[in-house]
Design a protein around this ligand. Structure first.
Ligand code: 13P
Ligand code: SF4
Length: 299
């Protein structure tokens, strides 16, 4: 399958982008692997005719918004991020009426329709920097309450109103599970994604996006790490650090939607070019503004 995929990529001038949570076999054949910010930048810069996005729907959708003339395919169009929809109807309008200088800051893990109602997008790797740089005092952070609270703590000079959404994969990690791993591995450093609950972040030695966690583990001299994020990062962690040990909370945090991006599905979509992402023009025009603002402010 890998050889067939390589051939099809060449024949069709296609590139494969994979998030760190995609299955290891798919990361092995990807042209670019990264966190959501890196992949959004790559999608914007790509010269390929076809982008195969191995992630969840909001990622493919953002790639299409940034590249309306390219064919954006996904191995499985039903791979969705539950958190991307967790903003109640009407709440953004309500907040805009309540605060006249409001900036609506939208975590990229959101639908294009929500991006259309927002002023700027952020990812977990640039949220603090971007929120700090905004001139507005009042910020409505959607959809993730955990990333929102983490940003609010780092940017105390702003009034950050936090929407009550969360990632079911990260929010299922409990302090009890983490403490049990810490007891088994007392010398391990705890590296956590900011989508985890505050009680996990308090017990962590380092908090960062998937890419930040991977970089930190490589650069740090410690030999053992407890990783509080989705288990897909393990492929890169063990490839980069064959002599280090990585432990995870039990049960293993796993995003079933990300795992729909199988090698077989990548091959099939490259052959058939059928699972294409389409974004209505009016939605695209609205969603591109906060995405481009993010790319600009994160520079
Ligand atoms: P990153 O921004 O770290 O890639 O996170 C994306 C994500 O979906 C985390 O659950
Ligand atoms: Fe969404 Fe959570 Fe899966 Fe990330 S891990 S894609 S936030 S459901």
């Amino acid at each position: 399958m890998k050889n067939q995929i390589e051939q099809l990529k060449k024949d069709k001038n296609a590139v494969v982008l994979a998030h760190y949570y995609a299955p290891a076999q798919v990361q092995e054949i990807a042209d670019y692997i990264g966190d959501s910010f890196y992949l959004a930048k790559i999608a914007k810069q790509s010269k390929a005719d076809i982008i195969v996005f191995c992630g969840v729907y909001f990622m493919g959708e953002s790639a299409k918004v940034l590249n309306p003339d390219k064919k954006v395919l996904m191995p499985e169009l039903t791979a969705d991020c539950a958190m991307a929809h967790m903003v109640a109807d009407g709440i953004i309008e309500e907040m805009r009426i309540k605060y006249d200088d409001l900036a609506v800051v939208c975590y990229i893990n959101s639908t294009a329709a929500l991006k259309c109602q927002s002023d700027v997008c952020v990812t977990s790797s640039n949220a603090v920097k971007i929120v700090k740089s905004l001139p507005n005092k009042n910020v409505f952070f959607i959809p993730d309450r955990n990333l929102g609270s983490f940003v609010a703590e780092q940017v105390p000079e702003k009034n950050i109103i936090i929407n009550d959404g969360c990632c079911p994969v990260h929010a299922q990690i409990t302090a009890e599970q983490l403490l049990s791993e810490k007891e088994k591995h007392p010398n391990a450093f705890v590296l956590s994604h900011p989508e985890c609950d505050a009680e996990i972040l308090k017990l962590s030695d380092y908090i960062g996006s998937t890419a930040d966690i991977i970089t930190y583990a490589k650069q740090n001299n410690a030999n053992e790490f407890i990783i509080c994020t989705e288990d897909g990062v393990n492929y890169k962690l063990i490839t980069d650090n064959p002599d280090k040990k990585f432990y995870y909370p039990n049960p293993l945090p796993c995003c079933v939607d990300m795992k729909l991006n199988t090698l077989e599905a990548v091959l099939t979509v490259l052959q058939n070019e059928d699972k294409e992402v389409f974004v209505e023009d009016s939605v695209r025009k609205g969603a591109i503004l906060p995405l481009e603002k993010m790319l600009e402010l994160a520079k």
